[in-house]
Design a protein around this ligand. Structure first.
Ligand code: PLP
Length: 432
């Protein structure tokens, strides 16, 4: 088991990184700011369900790189596909056969997409769906739900306004107030607030963006009827529904959350898992809407790296692993085992938690309130989570350093890994 005193090499690297990389990290969520500070752990190698850090400590990993690594680290099938693709040249800047093969595979898995286009990240995919929706509808306003994260484009970094259905305010310096006026944010799982907002603004709304199963304030499922109501009300007002399935696609089933609930959006944004670990994004939707995109239509979107052979090859290989029989049943069974162990540990040590789980993804909130929206997730005690997170690291388990993130299982976790994790949870809870 790792202990904090054995992470000297991570400390040294972090000190160096602080001089050369802004904040020492290449994405703010990797810093330990939200868990009481300190040097993040520098990983050297991933293998299946495990991470090995630069000090030789082993961790059972539930970060899964914030979701994409659903087949575990260095999966042999994906590795082989990457080697094969890279031996033929990494980037062409021309069309090639793998992108056609992958587009067909994605369409077969998510039938609401008649046409797709590849990008390099989820941010780009979501950003473009909004542009396309605006081009298609000729309208400008965008609706999203509090606490949902849709990447870091200006438009998506808008916080809710003071009331539940008011125009937003910038959530990041550098985003203009003019941009904020283009976005309306409403609470997740609140049909009435959504209906009221649409009554007021509906004729100006281009699109409604939603994570159909939230992954960004922990795992939060839509209440029964919520997604259907969003679809119905949005369409009544002539706007488009966009599902941000950057986390959810291929996480809970082979396909997307659309199939879990039997509801189809007009457009879908994808990323993370579909790259098998390489940078990727994609968006797709009904043919009539997608034909708004250049070179067919007036909405411009492009990318030097988009559809590159390596990302296509690893993406196809990842889906080939996931389409094998029993994959999602295994993820669900491991998730259930982990959930039961965490609940029992909380009971044993008198720790108050709320646990949300859907199949192979779960979140432990340090609150006794049911979490169905962002307001609920905010009640989770950040200070307690920070201590829990660090105790788990010391006991050889790597989680995301934020109370709002999920634990992600992979096809490579075993029952023994879960048992070992539950021992770690018991030790951490005992010391909280
Ligand atoms: N949409 C959702 C639901 C996400 O969780 C994320 C990233 O965490 C994004 C979009 C942005 O994706 P990327 O980080 O690939 O730009």
């Amino acid at each position: 088991m790792a202990t904090s005193s054995t992470r000297n090499n991570s400390d040294v690297l972090y000190t160096d990184a602080l001089t050369h990389i802004v904040g020492g990290v290449n994405s703010p969520s990797r810093s330990f700011k939200a868990v009481g500070g300190g040097a993040p752990v520098y990983m050297e190698r991933g293998d299946g369900a495990y991470f090995y850090d630069v000090d030789g400590n082993r961790y059972i990993d539930y970060l899964a790189a914030y979701g994409p690594i659903i087949t575990g680290h260095a999966h042999p099938h994906i590795h082989k596909a990457l080697i094969a693709a890279s031996s033929k040249g990494l980037l062409y800047g021309t069309p090639h056969a793998l992108e056609v093969e992958f587009a067909k595979k994605l369409k077969a898995a998510i039938p609401s997409m008649d046409k797709v286009r590849f990008t390099n990240s989820g941010t780009e995919a979501v950003m473009t769906t909004v542009r396309v929706a605006r081009a298609y509808t000729g309208r400008e306003l965008v609706v999203k739900f509090s606490g949902c994260y849709h990447g870091h484009s200006d438009l998506m970094l808008i916080a809710a306004g003071s009331g539940p259905a008011t125009l937003g305010s910038p959530d990041s310096a550098g985003v203009t107030r003019a941009t904020a006026k283009e976005v309306i944010t409403v609470p997740f799982n609140d049909v009435e607030a959504f209906r009221d907002m649409m009554r007021e603004w509906g004729s100006q709304i281009a699109c409604v963006l939603v994570e159909p199963i939230v992954g960004n304030f922990g795992i939060v499922e839509p209440k029964p009827g919520f997604l259907q109501a969003i679809n119905d009300i949005t369409h009544e007002h002539g706007a488009l529904v966009i599902y941000d399935e950057v986390i959810t696609a291929f996480r809970f089933t082979y396909g997307s959350a659309q199939q879990v609930y039997g509801i189809e959006p007009d457009m879908t944004a994808l990323g993370k898992i579909i790259g098998g670990g390489l940078p990727i994004g994609a968006y797709g939707g009904k043919a009539e809407i997608m034909e708004t995109v250049a070179p067919l239509g007036p909405a411009y979107q492009a990318g030097t790296m988009a559809g590159n052979p390596a990302s296509m090859a690893t993406g196809i290989a990842c889906l080939e692993v996931l389409e094998q029989p029993g994959v999602y049943e295994k993820l669900d069974a491991l998730g259930a085992q982990l959930e039961a162990g965490i609940r029992e540990a909380a009971e044993t040590h008198g720790v108050t938690i709320t646990l949300n789980r859907l199949k192979g993804a779960l979140t432990v909130y340090f609150t006794d309130e049911v979490v169905t929206d962002y307001e609920g997730a905010e009640k989770s005690d950040a200070e307690v989570f920070g201590r829990f997170f660090k105790l788990m690291l010391e006991n050889g388990v790597n989680l995301a350093p934020s109370k709002y993130e999920a634990w992600f299982l992979t096809t490579e976790h075993s029952e023994t890994d879960i048992e070992e994790t539950i021992v770690a949870v018991n030790r951490a809870f005992a010391q909280l």
